[in-house]
Design a protein around this ligand. Structure first.
Ligand SMILES: Nc1ncnc2c1ncn2[C@@H]1O[C@H](COP(=O)(O)OP(=O)(O)OP(=O)(O)O)[C@@H](O)[C@H]1O
Ligand SMILES: [Mg+2]
Length: 238
């Protein structure tokens, strides 16, 4: 096993009932890189993330994290081992304050001091959240809620962070800011797995990527290689 590969999916097949959703999916995420997964609505992107987190039924293949088999493992165990997720659709707790939302992300630490220490790097990236620690999260703007979701993902002190369509539903100015933030997170040494439909921005900040269609990986390579793949050019770059 190559030690530089942080997360690896090996020939994964998943099912919903009797229907296969992912079919023989393999991918590798090298440590420290930003790797993207592109694909249209219903391609199976969120299903792929759920398979890493043990939330869908895997009928074939295996998932390795730092060389260890984590196939079908409980989500909280995987999070404790260093994988954090920023889920689709800004899933924050709307009635809780910004501060309480952030604390929820730090659940792998029981120690109060350790949790306190997690705030500093998060507020450094999101000064706007620091200004609004006591605000009820549901009253934040859409862009701010999206920052809060990312901030909460960072509170887990991850080695690998997975983003499920972070730009979805954001105004263009926030889309740009969100991708800049993801780039900064990756530059700080955290491995990033970026699941997106916005190919243009995603390929700008990624090192390599995969293209998923109807549950199968149909193209992969460095971002420059991907930009030259006909089906991606057609789908995204007209
Ligand atoms: N629990 C489930 N039971 C049955 N089918 C499901 C279930 N969850 C998802 N699916 C189906 O599996 C397919 C892939 O869904 P998935 O959420 O992985 O797509 P996606 O690539 O994330 O799409 P989007 O970009 O719209 O979020 C879809 O057709 C979806 O309806
Ligand atoms: Mg999805």
């Amino acid at each position: 096993m190559d030690n530089d590969i942080q997360l690896e999916l090996k020939n994964i097949t998943t099912v919903y009932g009797n229907n296969k959703m992912l079919l023989d999916v393999s991918l590798q995420i090298p440590k420290g890189e930003c790797v993207c997964l592109l694909g249209s609505n219903g391609a199976g992107k969120s299903t792929l993330i759920k398979s890493v987190l043990g939330l869908v039924k895997i009928v074939d293949g295996s998932i390795l994290y730092k060389g260890d088999d984590i196939t079908g493992q409980k989500t909280y165990t995987t999070v404790r081992q260093g994988i954090s997720i920023v889920p689709e659709g800004k899933r924050i707790f709307p009635k809780m304050s910004v501060l309480e939302n952030l604390k929820m992300g730090a659940y792998k630490d029981n120690d109060k001091k350790a949790i306190e220490a997690r705030f500093e790097p998060v507020f450094k990236i999101f000064p706007r959240l620091q200004e609004r620690t006591n605000q009820v999260a549901g009253t934040l703007s859409g862009g701010e809620q999206s920052m809060l979701a990312i901030g909460r993902g960072l509170m887990a002190d991850p080695e690998l962070i997975i983003f499920d369509e972070p730009s979805l539903g954001l105004a263009p100015v926030f889309v740009k800011e969100t991708f800049e933030i993801i780039k900064r997170i990756n530059d700080s040494g955290i491995t990033v797995f970026l699941v997106e439909q916005n190919a243009h921005m995603t390929l700008k900040i990624s090192d390599r990527g995969y293209f998923l269609q109807k549950g199968q990986i149909i193209a992969s390579g460095t971002t420059d290689e991907l930009k030259d793949v006909d089906i991606i050019k057609k789908a995204y770059f007209g």
